[in-house]
Design a protein around this ligand. Structure first.
Ligand code: PHE
Length: 469
């Protein structure tokens, strides 16, 4: 009896994986793509990176990069995905074949699968923290003093147990939804979760207006102090804008494979990036208005969300409820991003080896959970393990620091660069025009292709080289 239930579960999900190959509408793609884009990078990372890089000037470069570099690359990625119609490996092979290019371009697909899973392995650990903070807020974290809050934060990371647990819970949520397939899984989830996410964000913004110091937050985010600007800050802004929009790693390529032909790629790509940017700014305003109203420091690094915020909540009325909302928001944002990190590999297994979606999702999800232990141990058991200590710049780097460096400074720019060169210089122009519905007189197309040929590769190359030396 039990075995037949499982058999049916896997058999049905094999069929579903092969049948469900399109988003039910362009709006659904947009919801899923925004879900992918809006994540830890917007709510946890953006505010503290702005804080560490001097505020307004960083924000200005970030916005410019979104429009001039990130949108063009996202358009390219979605176009390639829709044209190829499969996972990144198959998609790149098909496109290379169609344009008479070397099959070696298919290797981008392997880079993509490796990068998305590596990101997911540490992304899920940090996302697990947001889950861990939900019961913490409920059981009175917001009543603690500074020492109490620091103690709780230290406790979470001191041993591997709690982090492995919450990272596991997060992976179970992610995997269970991916196992259900495109329409019944990802679509049903984002249809419900994204409105909740936006509503939560608006409530927090209003709260920031009422209780926080919104004026100070505005000044901080939008008054550029150019003396704070240097090459490193620019690189940081450009790199962050890619990561935040989920561009370059093949996640959006996979989502693009499901995009119906009738939908305009320009529209959905621009929509995704603009909403992603807006969410970062709103989250920044909400967080900084509370931080400043409590006389706390904007420049408090990764602990901004987990140390400074709970402290701020301990001092204001309604703190517990609002604090809770913050961590729910962080969790939802992270969850809908995680979908797009697991999907490429699951699609690949489903297509290439006819593994059912459910089996592929649970199998890969389990491997990612195990891989995440490396990140978990970086905080405790392996805190003093510095694998690359012979290289001066990595002298004190933990495994998580190295993973982060590998992804943000090497894999992501390398993948993006490959996509830009492939699209701008190699793929037949007629293919691109056809996918984008652009005639030879289209000014938008002319502008886009120039950005993809020149500015995008230069920016990515600068990122790659600049971060190495
Ligand atoms: N964009 C996500 C975030 O902002 C992270 C992500 C990167 C997701 C790359 C998918 C692909 O947190």
């Amino acid at each position: 009896m039990a075995t037949s239930i499982w058999k049916r579960y896997f058999a049905e999900s094999l069929e579903r994986g092969q049948m469900e190959r399109k988003w039910s509408s362009g709006g659904m793609f947009l919801l899923a793509a925004v879900g992918s884009a809006v994540g830890l990078a917007n709510i946890w990372r953006f505010p503290y990176v702005v804080g560490a890089n001097g505020g307004g000037a960083f924000v200005l470069i970030y916005i410019l990069s979104m429009f001039l570099v990130t949108i063009p690359l996202l358009v390219a990625e979605i176009v390639l995905g829709r044209r190829g119609g499969g996972d990144p490996v198959i998609t790149m092979r098909r496109l290379a074949e169609e344009s008479g290019l070397s099959r070696a371009w298919g290797n981008y697909g392997w880079l993509s699968l490796f990068t998305t899973l590596t990101i997911l392995s540490f992304y899920s650990v940090i996302s697990g923290w947001s889950l861990a903070y939900i019961p913490k807020m409920l059981t009175g974290l917001a009543h603690e003093n500074v020492e109490g809050i620091q103690r709780e934060y230290a406790l979470l990371t001191a041993g591997p147990g709690a982090m492995i647990f919450w990272h596991g819970v997060f992976m179970v949520f992610t995997t269970a939804i991916i196992a259900r397939g495109l329409n019944r899984g990802i679509e049903s989830a984002v249809k419900f979760l994204m409105p909740v996410l936006f509503l939560t964000l608006i409530v927090l913004l209003i709260y920031g207006f009422l209780v926080g110091d919104m004026g100070a937050a505005m000044r901080y985010l939008f008054t550029p102090d150019f003396s704070k600007l240097n090459f490193q800050v620019v690189l940081m802004a450009v790199g962050s804008s890619f990561f935040s929009a989920s561009v370059g790693v093949g996640a959006m390529m996979t989502y693009g494979a499901y995009l119906p032909r009738s939908v305009s790629v320009w529209g959905v790509a621009t929509g995704t990036v603009v909403i992603d940017l807006a969410v970062s700014l709103v989250a920044g305003l909400a967080i900084f208005s509370i931080i400043f109203a409590n006389g706390l420091d904007a420049d408090s690094g990764p602990g901004l969300m987990f140390l400074a915020l709970p402290l701020a909540f301990s001092q204001i009325s309604g703190g517990i409820l609002v604090g809770l909302l913050f961590f729910v928001l962080l969790f939802l944002a992270a969850l809908t991003s995680a979908f797009s990190l697991l999907e490429p590999t699951v699609l690949w297994l489903n297509d290439r080896y006819r593994v059912s979606r459910a089996a592929a999702a649970w199998g890969v999800g389990f491997v990612v959970w195990l891989a995440g232990f490396a990140t978990v141990f970086s905080f405790n058991l392996w805190k003093d393990v510095h694998l690359l200590s012979v290289i001066p710049r990595f002298h004190d780097s933990s495994i998580l620091d190295l993973l982060d460096f590998l992804v943000t400074n090497l894999l992501l720019p390398a993948g993006g660069l490959a996509l830009a060169i492939f699209t701008g210089w190699r793929v037949a122009r007629s293919t691109l025009r056809e996918e984008l519905g652009a005639g030879t007189g289209s000014i938008v197309f002319a502008l886009w292709i120039r950005l993809v040929r020149y500015l995008v590769p230069v920016a990515l190359l600068a990122l790659f080289v600049g971060n190495l030396v």
